[in-house]
Design a protein around this ligand. Structure first.
Ligand SMILES: Nc1ncnc2c1ncn2[C@@H]1O[C@H](COP(=O)(O)OP(=O)(O)O)[C@@H](O)[C@H]1O
Ligand SMILES: [Mg+2]
Length: 282
């Protein structure tokens, strides 16, 4: 065997043995920018050479397909009902990301028979092994659905804004995750920041209270500045990191993507994400 063969065998082994790491993008309050962050972060992680799947798991307000300007004919509910295969509802986005629409239907896992459940989990398991990173847009709030998804992810990013109501709701989210003994990496991201200082003050307010009252150390995922280009891109139904790769919001997200990719901080997964979710719904 040549050195080249050996190297490629090793690469294959590494790839095969590595299950995708999951990142849940969540928030206490709605409208804080989760979907935009999940989508644009996925694109940046994909551009950095990772195989990325983006899962729309927002119950009711799922709108990634609207942001992406794509028509979705079938979603995970159809897979759960046994009418489609997961591969048939996934959409390959031009930016290289695999998009999984309508995954809020996962909350119906509990209604399935043993057989249906095993079949679905097999397909979801393949999604995990086919990708390095799975980004999940969970929707807002501290309801069961969102908490199950956030609790099951290797990394959960709680998005807040500097508004007092968003801060309170972000803290509530952190508190419940801790009560449920969340053992992944929990970090805060401040969106709609007017500058770096406001972002820092916001994240410090939450992390100080979390340390004092919950004994939790929150990681900082950073911040995204308020940027009119984001709203403009939403109106054009295109991701802002593609339409305006150098705008302030894109630069902020690029910093997060770099942080996530650097130094193995993308946590190795311990167990299938979807299996964990299924256990919560069982
Ligand atoms: N950094 C930002 N600067 C300006 N507008 C933003 C920013 N982030 C989000 N928005 C706007 O906020 C609205 C809500 O964002 P969205 O991603 O749909 O939030 P969520 O998914 O949390 O409900 C969008 O219409 C978008 O234009
Ligand atoms: Mg959303």
């Amino acid at each position: 065997m040549t050195a080249d063969d050996q190297a490629s065998k090793l690469r294959r082994l590494v790839h095969e043995s590595r299950e995708g790491s999951t990142i849940a993008v969540t928030s206490g309050k709605g409208g804080v920018g989760k979907s935009n962050i999940a989508l644009n972060l996925s694109i940046l992680l994909s551009a950095a050479g990772n195989r990325v799947a983006l899962v729309d798991a927002d119950l009711g307000l799922g709108n990634l397909d609207v942001l992406l300007d794509i028509g979705v004919r079938a979603n995970v509910s159809h897979v759960i009902a046994g009418r489609r295969k997961l591969g048939e509802v996934m959409i390959d986005l031009p930016c290289g990301v695999q998009f999984v629409p309508g995954a809020s239907g996962l909350s119906r896992l509990a209604e399935l028979s043993e057989f249906q459940r095993a079949n679905l989990l097999d397909q979801l398991g393949e999604l995990e092994s086919d990708n390095d990173i799975i980004v999940i847009d969970t929707g807002a709030g501290i309801g069961g659905n969102v908490m199950h998804l956030a609790c099951s992810a290797d990394r959960t990013i709680v998005v807040t804004t500097p508004e007092p109501t968003a801060i309170t709701d972000a803290y509530a989210m952190v508190k419940i995750l801790m009560q449920r003994r969340y053992d992944g990496q929990l970090s805060l991201l401040v969106n709609f920041a007017s500058d770096r200082q406001e972002a820092r003050q916001t994240s410090q307010r939450i992390s100080t209270v979390a340390r004092q009252f919950l004994g939790t150390r929150l990681l900082e995922a950073g911040y995204v500045l308020t940027d009119e280009k984001v709203a403009e891109a939403v109106r054009r139904r295109q991701p802002f990191v593609l339409t305006h790769p150098r705008c302030p919001a894109s630069r902020c997200l690029a910093a997060l993507a770099t942080k996530l990719c650097a130094g193995g901080s993308l946590v190795e997964r311990r167990e299938s994400f979807f299996r964990r979710v299924a256990n919560w719904f069982a």
